[in-house]
Design a protein around this ligand. Structure first.
Ligand code: ADP
Ligand code: ADP
Ligand code: ZN
Length: 213
């Protein structure tokens, strides 16, 4: 099963993608996590990506597409995967589509997690991330067991640089201009499913599971 998560930054794509990955035993692939791991390790790719990420801009397609195609070609992806944060532009979607078509494959579901902009800024300022294992929490809605500490790996949680309100506004603008057109792209392919992302995370997940059945 090949699944794409669509939605604004902070809509809950990552939260749901992790639950889907666990339930269906497929890898969760987040391009944002891959970039953040590269930044943390000080790689060339990380340094390049950071310039864009810090401003709330998209990392150029040339850099992003190659990383994603390499990742989905790995052995653990043969039974499918859930993509979180890719594609984010029409050209990215077209490259993925073409690469899959060459293998006689296609995306099965594009799940659009729908959350209005008004809710997003509030969610992002409360998001806390673990840069070690990629887990995310929310100070009010989804708190860790111990404040400021990751439940999975015990590392300190941080407010991401790009989750500050000024940057979030830029990211929303970029989302509407460059990523939202993917909703029409996947609707035309007959695989788009929209869920209400404003309800409790467990209820969002239930809605997704009933689509994937
Ligand atoms: P969020 O989960 O809040 O939407 P991500 O972790 O997916 O954020 O992405 C963080 C940043 O990483 C983005 O704002 C962008 O700069 C970069 N990024 C991640 N995925 C992509 C992509 N597919 N194309 C371009 N840039 C990307
Ligand atoms: P995305 O990957 O789309 O950027 P995340 O999954 O990181 O979004 O979620 C953004 C923030 O909102 C995180 O702090 C997360 O814990 C919180 N969150 C996710 N889903 C919900 C929900 N259904 N209700 C309230 N908060 C949520
Ligand atoms: Zn962790």
């Amino acid at each position: 099963m090949k699944i794409i998560m669509l939605g604004a930054p902070g809509a809950g794509k990552g939260t749901q993608a992790k639950m889907i990955a666990e339930r269906y035993q497929i890898p969760h692939i987040s391009t944002g996590d891959i970039f953040r791991a590269n930044i943390k390790n000080g790689t060339q790719l990380g340094m390049e990506a950071k310039k864009y990420m810090d401003q709330g801009l998209l990392v150029p397609d040339e850099l992003t597409v190659k990383i994603l195609l390499d990742r989905v070609a790995q052995e653990d992806c043969k039974n499918g995967y859930v993509l979180d944060g890719f594609p984010r532009t029409i050209p990215q979607a077209e490259v993925l589509d073409k690469a899959l078509a060459e293998l006689g494959e296609a995306i099965d579901y594009a799940i659009n997690v729908d959350v209005p902009d008004e809710n997003i800024v509030r969610r992002m300022s409360g998001r806390r991330a673990c840069l070690s294992c990629g887990a995310t929490y929310h100070v009010e809605h989804i708190p860790p067991k111990q404040e400021g500490v990751c439940d999975n790996c015990g590392q300190a949680l941080v407010l991401r640089d790009d989750d500050k309100p000024e940057t979030v506004q830029n990211r929303l603008k970029v989302y509407h201009e460059q990523t939202q057109p993917l909703i029409d792209f996947y609707t035309a392919k007959g695989v788009l499913k929209t869920v209400d992302g404003t309800v409790d995370m467990k209820d969002v997940f239930e809605a997704i599971v009933s689509i994937l059945k």
